[in-house]
Design a protein. Sequence first.
Length: 241
Amino acid sequence: MTETAAETAAEHATVHTFRTRTRTDRGGGRGSGYDLAPDAGPRTRPGGHPGHGSVAAPAPGATATAATDDDGGPLPGGRTDAVVFVVRDAERAARRYLDLLGLSCTAYAGPDTGEPETVSYVLQGPGSRFVLTSVVQVVGERGRTLAAHLARHGEGVVDLSVAVPDVHYAYDFAVDRGARSYAEPYEMRDRHGSVLIAVIGAPGGIRHTLVDRSRYAGPYLPGFVVPTAGRLVRTAAGQVD
């Protein structure tokens, strides 16, 4: 990286996470913990995320695109945000992806940006985003989890990140229907804004990160920087520096 130590420190000095408001009344069954309007209309979540109120039921004959009171409804909103792989050598794997798929490296995180356990490259193309991560050293839960997955299953997908308009609602909705909770909704911040995140698990061991980045203007997530000279940057001629 060509950034000076001072520039790197300034970039990440404000990166922090903290717990945010979560639902405390889980009740005893599916769908509990929500308030129902006096007319028993659409379910609403108390203290909803700004801009997201009650969820209206679909019109007769319409295709449902949001949660309703029916336990069989779909996850509210949602589209693929990123496919996250754990690999043995993230830089080598990233170079292969760049060469074979014509992607661009748009973000990077590692020990030199304040992430002591892993190195990660974010690769993007039209309508797709891949994150390739390898373990540098194991010092905490994240490093242990990734190292254990790599030892047990080898290289492969560890997370399918899903963008949702309301992380609290989507998290509650999924957990009420049997999803495993790995992390309740929490917020990450840096000078580019804030990202709201929660992590759930589904059968098969793959995690799903629920993310709302509508208030974030950075390259990927807090802790990531735009690659500079010396990193994997695709030039106009299609070469990788």
